[in-house]
Write a protein that binds this ligand. Structure first.
Ligand SMILES: Cc1ncc(COP(=O)(O)O)c(C=O)c1O
Length: 384
């Protein structure tokens, strides 16, 4: 059977990973500044993670959500303690899109409305409601467009108030830092004002921390750069399992749980929880959130001074480097000549950095050196 060909592929076959490096089938090492799209949070094949997941799969990989599972409780307790959100409750699922799907559904259960406010350049996933609030008509089918969405400019309070004042908006959904769009940061003052407007008009505030959360921004959640912000719902995935598929939704106590309201077969299974717990253990023991803040600040500072760089955006280890040209050639050269993985964005002039939060100073310096080499090749500065 052939694969359904939806992914443009690089001619490269990673077969193993270690820390901040992946190795191809010829044992060539690549410095990983991409983390497989912000997924690798504690580094490839971290020994504690390997041990926890291996032990669990040998014991019990899966049983359904109809039985007691202490691993779910351990995961929720550790997540609550590390994130500072221990008064929220946790619903476990399998992916980022599923987390947002449930967030939008909970908002609609809460206030009975269906219209949603999302932001220009947003990305929230590819399932039905999630893709309907994603600013990308190419990936929306007619069947997804079942409720009205107002796409507003990020950080523009006036248009937001105009939209919410009609009192028919179920939810505002916003990324802590916009990722796929090209790393655009929501102003803390804008987020706090959004919260106030949501309270005023009985609209639910959803923070999508799927890419920006789990320590990536240098805080556990990117919205924590706005002290006092307390979103109604927080969606998480990506870094949560260091590659094991797991997602979740943090629900403010104002939401009442009822049996049968939400559900999933695989969500919160034993193996996924073991992976999730191992990630939280390492984030805590190795102080990786702090490391992301420090190494990220260093990288942002150094990148901002580099020739050809127009702008550097982001927080911690979620960084967008904007150039004055389409970066397809530059990224290809970084991968095949400099042996570095970096990410693209829907803004083609942006290179995205989303490394593991364990990235060290030495690896950051090595990346800067390799980027500098790639930028010295004039052909790499041309549009693709
Ligand atoms: C901010 C954000 N939300 C949601 C998603 C969707 O997550 P998933 O691909 O796990 O469904 C992504 C994926 O890139 C994302 O960056």
């Amino acid at each position: 059977m052939e694969l359904f060909d939806v992914y443009p592929l690089y001619e490269l076959k990673p077969v193993r990973g270690e820390g901040n490096y992946v190795f191809d089938d010829k044992d060539q090492a690549y410095l990983d500044l991409y983390g497989g799209h912000a997924v690798i949070s504690i580094g490839h094949s971290h020994p504690h993670y390997v041990q926890k997941v291996s032990e669990q799969v040998a014991k019990l990989g899966f049983y359904s959500n109809s039985v007691l599972n202490d691993l779910q409780t351990e995961l929720a307790n550790k997540l609550g303690a590390l994130s500072g959100c221990d008064h929220y409750r946790l619903f476990l699922c399998n992916s980022g899109a599923e987390a947002n799907e449930n967030a939008l559904k909970m908002a609609s259960f809460y206030n009975g409305r269906s219209k949603v406010v999302a932001f220009k350049k947003s990305f929230h996933g590819r399932t039905s409601a999630a893709v309907n609030v994603t600013d990308s008509p190419y990936i929306q089918a007619a069947i997804n467009r079942t409720f009205q969405v107002d796409y507003l400019p990020l950080n523009d309070l006036e248009t937001l108030e105009k939209s919410l004042a009609k009192e028919d908006v179920s939810a505002v959904i916003v990324e802590g830092i916009q990722g796929v769009g090209g790393i655009y940061v929501a102003d803390p003052e804008f987020l706090l004002a959004t919260q106030a407007l949501c309270k005023k008009y009985n609209t639910v505030l959803i923070l999508d921390e799927i890419q920006s959360g789990y320590g990536r921004s240098g805080r556990f959640f990117a919205f924590q750069y706005a002290p006092g912000l307390e979103p109604d719902l927080i969606s998480i995935a990506k870094g949560m399992g260091n590659g094991f598929p797991i997602g979740g939704l943090l629900l403010h106590p104002k939401f009442e749980a009822k049996h049968g309201l939400l559900g999933t077969t695989f969500g919160g299974n034993h193996l996924a929880c073991a992976a999730g717990i191992a990630v939280l253990d390492v984030l805590y023991q190795d102080q990786l959130v702090q490391n992301a803040a420090e190494v990220g600040a260093y990288l942002i500072d150094e990148l901002s001074q580099m020739e050809h760089v127009q702008e550097v955006r982001g927080e911690g280890l979620m960084i967008g480097i904007e150039f004055g040209f389409n970066t397809a050639k530059l990224r290809k050269s970084l991968l095949f000549e400099q042996k570095v993985f970096v990410g693209s964005a829907s803004n083609a002039n942006v290179v995205r950095l989303l490394p593991a939060l364990s990235l060290g100073q030495k690896e950051a310096d090595l990346f800067l050196e390799k980027l500098d080499h790639a930028l010295q090749v004039s052909g790499n500065l041309q549009p693709a």
